[in-house]
Structures are given as C-alpha cells and as structure tokens.
Design a protein around this ligand. Structure first.
Ligand code: FES
Length: 161
C-alpha cells in the first residue's frame, strides 16, 4: 500500500482518537480529516483508515458508500453544489445547474458529480441545503449562496482563482 498521510495529519488523527472510548467510534472523524486533506477517499485511504482503526476495509467502505458527503473519486479545486430539492427546483435550480455545465463544458444530463477537464470545478446536484425560502441556493466549497441567478453564478466562478 503506497498511501500515506502527512505527519501533521497523523498527529491530528491520533489526537482525535483519544476522544473516543473505541477507535472505531472515530471512523467518521478520521474520514473527514482524510477527505479534507486529499479531497476524496481513495481505496488506499480506506485501507489505511481501516488499519489505523484496527478494522477491516469493509467496515470503512460501508461508511464511505453510505454517506453522500464522502467522495470516492477526485474532485475539482472548487466544488459547486446546486440544491435541486423542491423549492430550489421550482426556483430555477435545473437552469442554474445547466448554466454551470454549459459554462464549464460539462453534460447537464449526466448522473452524479462531473469535473471539468482542467480539474478546477466539480459540479453536482445536492439535496436541500436548508434555505428553501431563498431558492435557488448553492455552495461553492464552504461558501453558501442564495438567490443565484446566472449572472451571480458567473461572478462566483470568476472569484475562483
Ligand atoms: S429546497 Fe433548496 S434549500 Fe431547501
């Protein structure tokens, strides 16, 4: 297994483990830390995590495949998440998603996250982001945007260096 984590991350993970009565209970925290570092959870990262926690890889795979926030493929530097639940769907989420896809050379009808060829942006639909009254809403990495028009979407992209 060629996967390794930076020493500072391993120190951080070791510290996290001290907060739990069993290593296994820290699985989600460890996966979040790894995804924050690498952007996704690779098969090698699954094995590393299982080994670190004294578990079998299947115990980690079942978490990575169950929770939609964990990514099993590399993503772009900027992750655009467009809410498509009812209020946002009615408020123009599909048009907004299509606008991003056309702008970035992606297929608006493809299933799942799509990453632009230059690796800068990943675009995907997500479910309710809990701001239904300000539809359509979206996130770009950790930044949240409400009432997003196509013009605002262009501004958001332009801010991403
Ligand atoms: S439906 Fe989009 S935030 Fe709730």
């Amino acid at each position: 297994m060629s996967f390794s984590v930076p020493a500072n991350l391993e120190t951080e993970i070791d510290e996290v483990l001290t907060h739990y009565p069993e290593k296994r209970a820290a699985s989600l925290m460890v996966l979040h830390a790894i995804q924050d570092q690498f952007g996704w959870i690779s098969p090698e990262a699954v094995e590393w995590t299982a080994n670190k926690l004294g578990l079998q890889p299947i115990n980690i795979y079942e978490l990575v495949t169950f929770y939609p926030m964990f990514r099993q493929e590399p993503v772009g530097k900027y992750q655009i998440k467009v809410c498509r639940t009812l209020s946002c769907a009615l408020g123009g989420a599909y048009e907004l998603h299509k606008h991003f896809c056309e702008k970035l050379g992606l297929d608006a009808h493809a299933h799942g996250p799509q990453t632009a060829k230059d690796g800068k942006f990943t675009v995907e639909f997500v479910e309710c982001l809990a701001s239904c009254g300000t539809a359509p809403v979206m996130m770009c990495n950790d930044d949240f945007y409400e009432g997003v028009s196509n013009a605002k979407a262009d501004e958001i992209c332009a801010k991403c260096k």
